[in-house]
Design a protein around this ligand. Structure first.
Ligand SMILES: [Cu+2]
Length: 308
């Protein structure tokens, strides 16, 4: 092959451009292109706006610093061999720069703490949300309930390689007969949903980007978060902690429906579970019966052999 330098340069540039474009248009990696996803839940919206405020301040600082740098390079450019002036500090400038940096940090901290309240603390459900019973009083310091104490509580359980959701809003402590689903979580709109996030085997991570931040699912430990979806829709996400060979298949989906549709769905699930329990009971009785017959039939030849 003829190592033609201009052809090689074109090839390298084309490869770089392809790599850049691929990264730019990787939908899942770029979320809202520059900022986190929003529009699914108030906490996700607040995370997004906090990100935008910090990004705006950082952009201004970046432009000032880079602008100053390039301006200085241009303004004080000198011919080759020129001897640089030796300047030994400037107290006023140094105090000014340090003070300004500290002020920026204070401003960022204030904005963050103001936003954090709305990110962490769930609000009440809307008037057109699901009718909810009072929440369960909890000794947990990390679990936050809405001001009126009412939320739809769902246990999110990560296991290799699927998410299980148990609807234990009745708070009776007995989750055996509570409706549950795998993979897809169905929730009512305009209703504050609180999540207890756990893991069965290894560490997983619950993440539906449009519904707020990422939460670790750790065996033996419960993490809490919440969301409140204003309009019906489907929000997808996926386990965000490498949890084994099928980690990539561990997707999660939250489907928001109207409260009436949700109640119907829960009733269907309950009926399904009751039917499955009944079917299991029937098979169990049958197997036990068969085992009894089998046991007595194995006894028979011995008896038969003993009789003559
Ligand atoms: Cu996982």
């Amino acid at each position: 092959m003829n190592p033609n330098p201009s052809r090689r340069r074109t090839l390298v540039l084309a490869l770089l451009a392809t790599a850049g474009l691929t990264l730019l248009f990787t939908g899942t990696a770029s979320a809202d292109l520059l900022t986190p996803e929003d529009g699914g839940s108030p906490n996700a919206d607040k995370i997004d706006s906090l990100y935008k405020v910090v990004l705006a301040i950082a952009t201004v600082i970046f432009l000032l610093v880079e602008g100053g740098l390039f301006w200085s390079i241009y303004k004080y450019r000198a011919k080759k061999g020129a001897v640089a002036a030796q300047i030994h500090g400037n107290t006023r400038l140094e105090i000014g720069v340090t003070g300004a940096a500290a002020l920026i940090l204070v401003a960022l901290a204030v904005v963050t703490f103001v936003q954090l309240d709305d990110i962490r603390n769930p609000p009440n459900s809307g008037p057109d949300g699901l009718e909810l019973a009072d929440g369960v009083l909890t000794a947990s310091t990390s679990k936050r309930l809405p001001p009126n104490g009412k939320s739809l509580n769902i246990e999110v359980n990560g296991q290799q390689y699927v998410w299980r959701y148990t609807y234990n809003g009745d708070g009776d402590g007995n989750t055996l007969n509570d409706p549950f689903s795998y993979e897809e979580m169905v929730v009512p709109t305009n209703t504050t949903v609180t999540l207890d996030i756990r893991a069965q085997d290894v560490a997983h991570s619950w993440w539906i980007p449009a519904l707020g931040g990422k939460f670790d699912a750790v065996p033996g430990y419960t993490n809490h978060t919440w969301f409140k979806i204003p309009k019906p829709g489907v929000y997808t996400g996926q386990c965000a902690e490498l949890c084994g060979r099928n980690h990539a298949n561990m997707t999660a989906r939250v489907r928001a429906v109207t409260p009436a549709e949700f109640e119907q769905w829960i009733a269907d699930k309950q009926a399904e579970i009751a039917a499955a329990n009944k079917a299991a009971q029937v098979s169990r009785t049958q197997i036990e019966g068969d085992a009894g017959t089998a046991a007595s039939s194995t006894d028979q030849p011995a008896e038969a052999g003993a009789t003559p």
